[in-house]
Design a protein around this ligand. Sequence first.
Ligand code: 5GP
Ligand code: ZN
Length: 120
Amino acid sequence: MSEHDPNCIFCKIVEGRIPSRKVHEDEEILAFHDIHPWAPVHFLMIPKAHIPSLAHVKPGDAGLLGRMLTLAPQLALKEGCRPYPEGGYRVVCNTGADGGQEVHHLHIHVFGGPRPWLKG
Ligand code: 5GP
Ligand code: ZN
């Protein structure tokens, strides 16, 4: 079975069929700028393999998820977020309809930049 879903926008980005502004790429993770940023820094981190949402992860995905979260602070600084604690960023994983998930390929949003972009 293919790791990719032919109808999935983010799988198409992984395959290079839709262009993206890449922040990071390795064997299992891709990070790229959100096409509609709502913060001065806003990029997405995805597994290259098609996992529909956080609700679908399995115990075997723990390493991958750990590596994504471990990479997020490094990429946030690389993209211009100021360091903790004066600076920082918000890391969000929308899950399902009630969670505001619109693209059904697991992704982590990283939002940052000087306030007041972030309310609440
Ligand atoms: P969600 O609401 O599912 O958590 O967020 C999906 C995000 O993907 C949105 O912020 C949206 O702007 C972004 N997005 C949707 N389609 C594309 C695309 O083709 N390219 C990029 N770079 N981002 C996209
Ligand atoms: Zn996908």
